[in-house]
Design a binder for this molecule. Structure first.
Ligand SMILES: O=C(O)CCC(=O)C(=O)O
Ligand SMILES: [Fe+2]
Length: 527
């Protein structure tokens, strides 16, 4: 085939003529593919660049055109000046912006998506579909050598200030080539954000570092082949003006599905057993209110109804103040980024250089804390805990129920082997976690513990809230917002999953911290 022949469509009309006639004269609305991209010479050079396996050239410019083939970290082609006369795109944009958009927001993304373009029959949208599904598909087959069938997905995305699409690989049965036609404002610059960022992978084939960033450009189309390692993201939109948006039409060309490598399973994380802590030291930490049996009873009864509770002013104010100060004083090198980016991005510190931080860790790991947790929740996280079933026939005790050593033994201790996994984390702009099962495998139930510090001025629009949802559903069961000196307890089963919403640039240079973890009555059995 000589594609040049195929692309000789009718020329576009002037903008004013179009806007008068756009709804009636569909056959005059045609994307006219940049004629430079359909010559024999171009096709040969593009196919050669695509199939190059040596990656010493980070990018290859094809035959002095505005086509760049990025070779690193994976093949990704950007066709600038995609159509010769961009008045077609102005009309397309106008049609798209008049569609109904709905907000999409979950652990992975926040943006607006249009109604399904399959059902849209306006002139420019129809013409674009016709072009992409036929001539352009043939062109892609020629350049990439990838066999494509007639299935093509297409939708329209609108990203506004603070919107984002975090790291993912696009893999889904049959998807072979991802494409994005950018309809951003013509003055869009890298300062407006919304880059298409491409990640390298590490030795486990998990996303590692962003090494190539494509700034979206008006009248450009980017495409790349979808593979188990085609990790990419749309970085946060920084353009704050309400009439500046990153509009795009994107989707996938399909072909024969290929065999994928098994999904990577993360190593099991270390679980610790409760530790001894001096009773007097323990009392210097916890707010006395939470040792009071009647408060504990009230908390327990709310918790057993709702499976969650947030306890304000949980530790004593002086310890809270010292701990915040200590966390802020840690060096940059004390914080270790947690990845991979398709699962999480935040920092943890294991620094033992600060006494108060060491003491705090000891407090949250202590036998006494396990017992207090038991008393607050009714869960049996300590062999001395009085659970509702074990205490039915016993009168309630008036003694301080905080420290196991001063309490009489109740219930059976043989069936529990309590343990926890705790971390000290720092959260700031760009941090998030995605839905994951990591702590649910092999364990039916777990108690999540979140202790928030230094969350002054934190607001919901910043992101950073912890969301719980039922597996496979979108609806949020519970949202917890960071709040100073607050201990949030959530009892979840293996079908309840959580994520921390992406923290966006509205949070400025705020940083907050958590001491967060999971408590089990026995170690989960992991296969
Ligand atoms: O808009 C882009 O640049 C990329 C979009 C994308 O990755 C997707 O929709 O899966
Ligand atoms: Fe994608």
């Amino acid at each position: 085939m000589n594609p040049a022949k195929k692309f000789k469509g009718k020329h576009l009309q002037t903008k004013s003529a179009q806007s008068n006639r756009q709804w009636q004269v569909t056959d005059l609305v045609q994307p006219q593919f940049n004629s430079k991209y359909s010559t024999e010479e171009f096709l040969r050079a593009a196919a050669d660049a695509w199939s190059l396996t040596e990656k010493q050239d980070k990018q290859v410019q094809i035959a002095e055109t505005k086509c760049l083939v990025y070779k690193y970290p994976f093949n990704c082609c950007q066709l600038r000046n995609f159509v010769d006369d961009d008045s077609f795109l102005h009309q397309l944009k106008h049609e798209l912006l008049s569609l109904n958009f709905h907000e999409k927001s979950n652990d992975l993304y926040k943006f607006h998506q249009s109604q399904d373009l399959k059902k849209v029959t306006t002139a420019a949208v129809s013409a674009l579909k016709k072009f992409l599904y036929s001539d352009f598909r043939q062109w892609l087959i020629q350049v990439t050598g990838i066999e494509l069938n007639s299935t093509v997905d297409m939708s329209c995305a609108r990203y506004n200030h603070t919107d984002v699409l975090l790291c993912h690989d696009d893999e889904l049965e049959g998807r072979r080539i991802a494409y994005i036609l950018y309809l951003v404002d013509e003055d869009w610059t890298s300062a407006d954000g919304g880059n298409l960022d491409l990640y390298t992978v590490d030795e486990r084939k998990q996303p590692d570092r962003i090494v190539t960033s494509l700034v979206p450009v008006w009248n450009s189309l980017a495409f790349f082949s979808v593979t188990p390692t085609s990790f990419h993201q749309v970085s946060e939109i920084l353009a704050a003006s309400s009439n500046k948006c990153r509009l795009s039409v994107s989707g996938w060309f399909h072909g024969k599905p290929f065999k994928r490598p098994p999904t990577y399973i993360e190593p099991v994380k270390y679980l610790s057993k409760p530790e001894d802590m001096d009773e007097d030291d323990f009392y210097t930490w916890i707010s006395p209110a939470y040792l009071d049996p009647s408060t504990q009873g009230d908390v327990q009864s709310t918790f057993s109804d709702k499976s969650e509770i947030q306890l304000q002013e949980f530790i004593q104010p002086d310890k809270y103040g010292q701990l915040c100060e200590a966390l802020h004083s840690l060096q940059a090198s004390d914080w270790i980024t947690q990845g991979p980016a398709n699962k999480r991005n935040y920092e943890c510190s294991e620094s033992t250089s600060l006494v108060v931080l060491n003491e705090a860790r000891k407090f949250f790991h202590s036998e006494a804390f396990f017992l207090v947790l038991s008393n607050l929740t009714g869960l049996k996280l300590h062999r001395l805990a009085s659970t509702p079933s074990s205490s039915e026939n016993e009168s309630s005790s008036d003694e301080k129920p905080s420290n196991g050593t001063s309490k009489s033994k109740k219930g059976s201790s043989s069936d529990i082997d309590p343990c926890c996994r705790l971390q000290v984390s720092r959260w700031q702009t760009g941090c998030y976690t995605m839905l994951s099962d990591e702590d649910a495998h092999g364990s039916e139930y777990a108690l999540d513990v979140w202790f928030f510090l230094s969350a002054d001025h934190w607001q919901l629009p910043h992101g950073g809230q912890v969301s719980y949802i039922a597996r496979g559903e979108d609806e949020e069961l519970l949202t917890i917002c960071p709040s100073n000196n607050c201990l949030a307890l959530v009892y979840r089963d293996q079908d309840t999953m959580r994520f921390v919403k992406h923290i966006n640039s509205l949070s400025g240079d705020l940083k907050h911290f958590t001491i967060n973890g999971v408590y089990y009555d026995r170690p989960p059995n992991r296969e």
